[in-house]
Design a protein around this ligand. Structure first.
Ligand code: FAD
Length: 622
C-alpha cells in the first residue's frame, strides 16, 4: 500500500502534529500524517480558545515563522480580546475564542491544500528502529511504512485513562480510544516514561442558561487578530458570560470528595497547577467564598457552551447538582460531563534542542507527550520538530531559537534543560527578556529567519520590513518636528502633568507617561503625514512602543547580548564530567544526564552552581 519511503512521518494530528506536518511539507519533505481519526485533526480537546497571556505571544511567533495556528484562529474566531492592555506593551497578550468545529475543519482544509502531505487514518503501535535510528512506523492494522524520520505527537492518548468519579475507562479523549504500544517500546529501548493528568469541565446546552443572572463579556470594540498576514478581522463577535460559585456550590462539591478520583488516591499523577479543577480550588483555597465561572460559546452556530473554571472529575450527579446551584445554571442541561484523564509522557530532558531524542536518531517528540499542556505550547513544538526533522535529513544546520529570541526558545530550553514534573505551561515570568519578546514584534524577531529556512513567504518578509520601515520613518518625523505648548498643554493639564513652557521636539513629549501617540495624531500636520503615508493601526502601535520603551528595550537587549556570549560557548559533546573532582556530585550527575550544548544552558540546570560553571569555564580555557 505504501510503496515509497517518506521523508517524515508525523504520528498524531493534534496541534503539534498538524504544525509539524505543515512545516515539514512546506520545506519540501514528502510527509505522511498518520492519525487515529482524520475527523479530529487540530481538535481542541478542552477550551475553544487560542492565546492568552504568554500563549498569545507564542501563536504570534508560530505565525511569524510560517506556521498555520494564527491564520486558522483568525479564520475561525468568534471573539477577540487583547489582554493586559492596561499594562505595558510587553504584557499585551492576544486571545481568541474559536468556533471549535470550524477550527478543526480549517486545519484539515489547510493541510489538504498543502503540497507534499499524505494522510492515513490508523493507530501507530510501533516504530521501526534499525541501528539506533528510526526508519518508519508499524500501525495497528499491520501497515509497515518507512521514512527517514518520525515525529511523535501523541498528546494525551498514550495509555490514556479517563476518570469521572468512580467510573474509569480507557480513552485518549472523551469518545476516542487510547493509543497503545509506543510507550512500552520506548521504555524497552531505555526511555524514561511518566504519567500526568489533566481535566476538562462539563459542556452545557446554552438554551438552558439564564443569562440575566450573569455579566456579559463582549469582545474588544476594535478587535485585532493573530496573523501578520492579511487574514480578516472580526466584524461581529459572540459574547462570553461571567458568573460565580457560592458556598452552597462548594458544600455540594465537597459531598463528592470521597468519591473523587483526585482525593481517594485513584489518580496518582500530577495535574496542571495553573488550570486546577474546581474541587482542587475549593480544597486549596478553602477561605475563598466564590470562584469565577465563564460560560463560553463553542461556535457561531451551536448552542453548546464550555463552562470555563469548572473543570472536574467528580461523579456526574455531583457535577450536575453543584453546577445547578451556580446563578444562571439553575436549569442547566449538561451535554457532556467534565472528566480527568491520565496519560503517559516522556520527560523532555531526553531530547536535544531540536526535539530529536538523544537515544534514537531521527526520532522527534513534540507537544503534550513532552510534558507540556496547552495548544500553543504543543503547536510551537510541532513546528520546531517538523522543521528540524527536515533540516537533519537535508544535512543542514539545526534551527534553534535562543531564549532572547522567542518564547518558543524559552519553552524548549526549559523543557530539555530542566525537565518538568507537572504539566508545563508558558508564563511571561519564565522569559528573562520579556520586553524583547513582545506579541507586536514576533514578526521582526522571526520572519527573516523563517524566510531563510524557506518557510515564510517573500510576501511575509516584505510586509514585515514595510511595517518596521514605516515605524522608523514616523519616529524620525517626531524627532525632526517640534510641538508648541498651546498645541498640547490642555491635554497635559487634564492628565495632571507639568505643562510645556516652550516648543519641544515631539519625540520627547510623546515619551511622557501621561501622553499617548493618539494625542499627537489628532494634530492636523501629523494627521496629514499619517494619511499621506497610509499608516495602519499596527504600524502606529509599533511606533509608539519604539518611542515609549526605547530605554527599556535597549537595556534588555544589552543584557541579552551578554547572555548570548555564553550561549555561543559550545561544550564539547564528548566531555567527561566525572573527571572534575572540584565540581559538586549533583552537578556532575546532572550535566552527564542532560548533556548541555552550551555553557549558558549548563548554567540553567537546577543544582549546577556558578562555582560548577567556573570549573567548566577553566577546563574550556576561559
Ligand atoms: P493532542 O491534541 O492530544 O493530539 C494528539 C493526536 O494524536 C490526536 O489526534 C490522536 O488521535 C493522535 N494519536 C495519538 N496517538 C496516536 C497513535 N499512536 N497513532 C496515531 N495517532 C495518534 N490544555 C490546557 O492548556 N489547559 C487545560 O485545561 C487542558 N485541559 C485538557 C483536558 C483534557 C481532558 C484534555 C484531553 C486535554 C486538555 N488540555 C488542556 C491539553 C490540550 O488539549 C493539549 O495540550 C493539546 O491538545 C496537546 O496537543 P498535542 O498535539 O500534543 O496532542
Amino acid at each position: 500500500m505504501f510503496q515509497s519511503e517518506y521523508d517524515v512521518i508525523v504520528v498524531g494530528g493534534g496541534h503539534a502534529g498538524a504544525e509539524a506536518t505543515a512545516a515539514a511539507a512546506n520545506l519540501g519533505a514528502k510527509t505522511l500524517l498518520v492519525t487515529m481519526n482524520l475527523q479530529t485533526i487540530g481538535q481542541m480537546s478542552c477550551n475553544p480558545a487560542m492565546g492568552g497571556i504568554a500563549k498569545g505571544q507564542i501563536v504570534r511567533e508560530i505565525d511569524a515563522l510560517g506556521g498555520y495556528s494564527g491564520i486558522i484562529t483568525d479564520k475561525t474566531a468568534i471573539q477577540f480580546k487583547m489582554l493586559n492592555q492596561s499594562k505595558g506593551p510587553a504584557m499585551w497578550s492576544p486571545r481568541a475564542q474559536s468556533d471549535r468545529m470550524r477550527f478543526a475543519e480549517e486545519w484539515r482544509l489547510s493541510l489538504e491544500r498543502t503540497e507534499n502531505v499524505d494522510f492515513f487514518q490508523d493507530m501507530v503501535k510501533n516504530l521501526i528502529i534499525e541501528n539506533g535510528k528510526v526508519c518508519g512506523v508499524i500501525t495497528a492494522m499491520g501497515m509497515k511504512i518507512r521514512s527517514k524520520s518520525v515525529v511523535l505527537t501523541n498528546g494525551t492518548f498514550l495509555n490514556g485513562l479517563i476518570h469521572i468519579g468512580e467510573k474509569q475507562f480507557g480513552g485518549g479523549r472523551m469518545g476516542e480510544s487510547a493509543a497503545f504500544g509506543i510507550t512500552e517500546q520506548l521504555v524497552d529501548l531505555g526511555f524514561e516514561a511518566g504519567r500526568m493528568k489533566t481535566g476538562t469541565p462539563p459542556r452545557v446546552d446554552g438554551r438552558s442558561i439564564d443569562y440575566t443572572k450573569m455579566v456579559e463579556q463582549p469582545g474588544d470594540e476594535n478587535p485585532s487578530k493573530f496573523s501578520y498576514t492579511n487574514t480578516p478581522k472580526l466584524t461581529k463577535q459572540r459574547s462570553c458570560w461571567i458568573t460565580y460559585t457560592n458556598q452552597e456550590v462548594h458544600d455540594l462539591l465537597r459531598e463528592g470528595f470521597d468519591r473523587s478520583p483526585m482525593f481517594n488516591g485513584t489518580i496518582k499523577s500530577t495535574g496542571p497547577r495553573y488550570c486546577p479543577s474546581i474541587e482542587d480550588k475549593i480544597n486549596r483555597f478553602a477561605d475563598k467564598d466564590r470562584h469565577q465561572i465563564f460560560a463560553e460559546p463553542e461556535g457561531w452556530h451551536t448552542m453548546e457552551f464550555y463552562i470555563n473554571g469548572f473543570s472536574t472529575s467528580l461523579p456526574d450527579d455531583i457535577q450536575a447538582r453543584a453546577l445547578r446551584s451556580v446563578p444562571g445554571f439553575e436549569n442547566a442541561k449538561i451535554l457532556r460531563p467534565g472528566y480527568a484523564i491520565e496519560y503517559d509522557y516522556f520527560p523532555p530532558t531526553q531530547l536535544k534542542h531540536t526535539l530529536e531524542t538523544k537515544l534514537i536518531d531521527n526520532l522527534y517528540c513534540a507537544g503534550q507527550i513532552n510534558g507540556t499542556t496547552g495548544y500553543e505550547e504543543a503547536a510551537s513544538q510541532g513546528l520546531m520538530a517538523g522543521i528540524n526533522a527536515v533540516l537533519k535529513i537535508q544535512g543542514k544546520n539545526p534551527f534553534i531559537l535562543n531564549r532572547n529570541e522567542a518564547y518558543i526558545g524559552v519553552l524548549i530550553d526549559d523543557l530539555i534543560t530542566k525537565g518538568t514534573e507537572e504539566p508545563y505551561r508558558m508564563f511571561t515570568s519564565r522569559a528573562e527578556y520579556r520586553i524583547l519578546l513582545r506579541q507586536d514584534n514576533a514578526d521582526e524577531r522571526l520572519t527573516r529567519k523563517s524566510f531563510e529556512l524557506g518557510l515564510a513567504s517573500e510576501d511575509r518578509l516584505r510586509r514585515m520590513e514595510e511595517k518596521f520601515d514605516k515605524a522608523e520613518k514616523l519616529v524620525n518625523y517626531f524627532e525632526e518636528n517640534s510641538i508648541k505648548p498651546q498645541e498640547i498643554n490642555d491635554v497635559i493639564e487634564e492628565r495632571e502633568g507639568t505643562p510645556l513652557k516652550q516648543p519641544n521636539k515631539m519625540i520627547s513629549v510623546i515619551s511622557r507617561p501621561e501622553l499617548k501617540l493618539s494625542d499627537f495624531t489628532k494634530l492636523d500636520r501629523v494627521k496629514e503625514f499619517i494619511e499621506t503615508n497610509e499608516y495602519d493601526q499596527e504600524e502606529l502601535e509599533q511606533t509608539e512602543i519604539q518611542i515609549k520603551y526605547k530605554g527599556y528595550i535597549k537595556k534588555e537587549q544589552q543584557n541579552a547580548d551578554k547572555l548570548h556570549r555564553l550561549e555561543n560557548l559550545k561544550i564539547p559533546a564528548d566531555i567527561d564530567y566525572n573527571v572534575f573532582g572540584s565540581m559538586s556530585i549533583e552537578a556532575r550527575q546532572k550535566l552527564t544526564k542532560i548533556k548541555p550544548a552550551t555553557v549558558a544552558q549548563a548554567s540553567r540546570i537546577s543544582g549546577v552552581s556558578p562555582a560548577d560553571i567556573s570549573v567548566l569555564l577553566i577546563y574550556m580555557g576561559r
